[in-house]
Design a protein around this ligand. Sequence first.
Ligand code: SAM
Length: 281
Amino acid sequence: MATIDGLPPLREVLQTHDLVAKKSLGQNFLLDLNLTAKIARSAGDLTGADVLEIGPGPGGLTRGLLAEGARKVLAIEKDSRCLPALAEIAAAYPGRLEVINGDALEVDPLAHLTPPIKIAANLPYNVGTELLVRWLTPKHWPPFWESLTLMFQKEVAERIVAKPGTNHYGRLAILAQWRAEAKIVMSLPPEAFTPAPKVHSAVVHLRALPEPRYPANAATLSRVVAAGFNQRRKMLRASLKGVAPDIEAKLEQAGIAPTERAEKVTLEQFCRLARIVDGQE
Ligand code: SAM
């Protein structure tokens, strides 16, 4: 059966190139091109943007991103078995797909990309959170990317968008929401993937804000939040004891009860506390 881009259906691509999914590489493929087009559209208008894709696999999402008008897609794939399938896509979209065979944790993609840059990926779950944290903690803000559209296990997606007072609220929520707008834009059942994973998945869209929501030094904020959530059942006056002298007074100055637990503290309060710890208030 013909597809919208004239390339073979993805099941056929898997057969032709003998691509049997490897668990060790977190391979759960999306084979429905309507679905991959929908994920590509959730990344917003791609025309005139370069898109960095991590782990293209047989290229379902890659095809969606190109069909949706990305100026260029730079795809980093660790599994060399996927390269012939990706070469077919590159031939169908001349000059618009560059593939790097390597580990996304080691390759620096910046030399291959021109702003505006968006990132979109059905990430390998084993490296997804690490990449997200890297993208959220660059040396300078705003970062090199405008938006991230990323597939995660549903539980991780919920941790990214969590609000104070909920079970999933923690370091990842603070990190993501301090300098970006984060929302879940799609939920997917295990059957959407081949092979089906054990867990549900969700696509998260993060848009980089031009400036942090509240001023704070990134390293201090990270230290305060890490100490608070490392012992999330403890009262803050105990969990933050090592962070700064006289922490009870500082907590009170920030409008936080010293007997409170980290999971109840808002982003605004954490930022204020970080400024107080730094002597800026
Ligand atoms: N994007 C494809 C799709 O939606 O069907 C494949 C998604 S699959 C969940 C994850 C992909 O990431 C696999 O193709 C796997 O080989 C690749 N991968 C795993 N670890 C990687 C790494 N460290 N760097 C680059 N690619 C990686």
